[in-house]
Design a protein around this ligand. Sequence first.
Ligand code: SF4
Length: 173
Amino acid sequence: MRKHLFEGMFRSPLTEAAPLPDEAALAELAAGVDHAARRRLGRSLSIREIDAGSCNGCELEIHALSNAFYDLERFGLRFVASPRHADVLLVTGPVTRNMRQALERTYNATPDPKWVVAVGHCAVDGGIFAGSYAVAGGVGAVVPVDLHIAGCPPTPLQLLQGLLALLAGASET
Ligand code: SF4
């Protein structure tokens, strides 16, 4: 134990330094999403995140959008706690049988006009969890999907690109 304590005091960290975000690209993308949202909706975009059964890898990247690096709210994009306040449902993971009803009820509680964005490979068709007895399928098997953002998991910049594509009318990024 003492050996490990001494080693820990003098050894450099084993983890790699986190990559710095591309600040210019981020600012341009986020401003583009904000501009497109104001043009389509007349106001900024409200997002409700739903974990329908993911491994939480996709959630970590989505949460990163709100951290001090990406700070999405400075561009007028915000995550909301209730689907009743949301324009976009950001859904991750394969839809598990336990979460199927919750996803349907959340979708029905979201006012029109609304968009559903399926985030990550698992949200497309179940991904690595496809075929499991516990999985109902991809998000599209339960609610209508407007856009898929591929990746395992997609990065925060890819998420922003997806939101921008959504507002511009695309169906896949
Ligand atoms: S796409 Fe990858 S990171 Fe996202 S829920 Fe599936 S396995 Fe996890």
